[in-house]
Design a binder for this molecule. Structure first.
Ligand SMILES: [Zn+2]
Length: 346
């Protein structure tokens, strides 16, 4: 029986000293090998049992381990590819303290903060607009945030993309933005996607409650709009150039227009140059991205009046803002015919 107690002793010592599972298994395997070899050499009587008995015991232990390993792998595969689940229980003291200024707001309060915590939001583009969007949504306690961007941080980004630091040049933007959000609020589950979102991403988008688009090309915006319309997920879009920016909510599934209702065709070449060519004043994405985050929080909590059917235009050079009405086009190539029957009145 000495062999048996030797194995129990090693297991107990491993448990007491907090040995990693892999090392503990290796130590147990080494003890077993010593017992088995001494039996084979005819010197195993001190350990008890027989060479065959110890072999069978090892086989049974191996089967149990293989079964448990297989089960763990199956569980991992069955778990959603999304971020880890947010606990549903009430807020911890640290959360009550962190969100105290939200909790006293009549329009947010405890129920609104819980809605934020349960929300799943996709942020497309971790650039100038994405920077304040990511920071404010994470700070506000939006429970699950996915950020998608295939670009890397460069020196010319740092004039306005305040989520990045100088020593992060060359890092993937999605990854770097995720790190900043986790550092800001550990209660938020963040997933980074180092790729673009295309019109084939309706399935990914359908796993979110809201999408925020801060990309800077018509092709990218058009693709994101198509995927959102297909998934029936509302889209808050911000756009900036030079000194002026705009924000709106595209939501054809609930009666609002989609991007294509307002801009059915791509602008003529040179008419809407990207920021790299036209330039952009540093704080402008801060203003417009913060407005996007504000609209997202309003949308998720139901506070105030959102921007469905309205577009807010901000002119930084003259310190002015104005609101224009937007409407759904029944003949829209993207949301017109496909959703005609399923539309709920707004
Ligand atoms: Zn449309």
């Amino acid at each position: 029986m000495l062999g048996f107690w030797l194995l129990v002793g090693v297991a107990a010592a491993g448990w007491v000293f907090g040995l990693p599972r892999r090392w503990l298994l290796a130590a147990l395997a080494a003890v077993w090998a010593l017992i088995e070899l001494s039996h084979l050499a005819g010197m195993g009587t001190t350990f008890g049992g027989s060479a065959r008995g110890w072999l069978v015991a090892a086989g049974l232990a191996g089967l149990v381990l293989a079964y448990r390993g297989g089960l763990a792998r199956l569980r991992a595969r069955a778990a959603p590819a999304e971020a880890p689940a947010v606990p549903q229980a009430g807020m911890a003291d640290t959360e009550l303290d962190r969100y105290a200024r939200h909790l006293v707001l009549r329009e947010i309060g405890g129920p609104g903060q819980m809605r934020l915590r349960e929300a799943r939001v996709l942020v497309v583009g971790a650039g100038g607009l994405g920077a304040p969007v990511c920071l404010y949504l994470a700070a506000a306690g939006v429970g699950r945030i996915t950020v998608a961007d295939d670009d890397r941080v460069s020196l010319s980004n740092l004039q306005r993309q305040v989520i990045f630091r100088s020593d992060q040049r060359g890092e993937g933007k999605a990854q770097a933005a995720s790190g900043a959000m986790r550092a800001l609020n550990p209660h938020v589950a963040v997933t980074s996607l180092a790729r673009r979102i295309t019109d084939t991403d309706a399935d990914l988008i359908a796993r979110h409650d809201l999408v925020l688009d801060g990309t800077d090309s018509f092709a990218a915006r058009d693709a994101i709009n198509r995927a959102c319309v297909a998934a029936r997920v509302p889209l808050i879009a911000g756009a900036i150039a030079q000194w002026e920016g705009q924000v709106t909510l595209y939501d054809p599934a609930r009666g609002g227009p989609c991007l294509s209702c307002l801009f059915p065709t791509a602008p003529a070449p040179g008419l809407a140059p990207p920021c790299a060519e036209a330039g952009v004043i540093g704080p402008l994405p801060g203003v417009v991205g913060s407005l996007m985050a504000m609209e997202a929080i309003k949308h998720l909590t139901g506070a105030g009046q959102g921007l469905r059917g309205r577009m807010l235009i901000f002119d930084g050079l003259y310190g002015e803002s104005r609101m224009i009405g937007t409407a759904r086009r029944p003949d829209c190539a993207v949301c017109g015919s496909g959703l005609a029957r399923g539309v709920e009145p707004s």
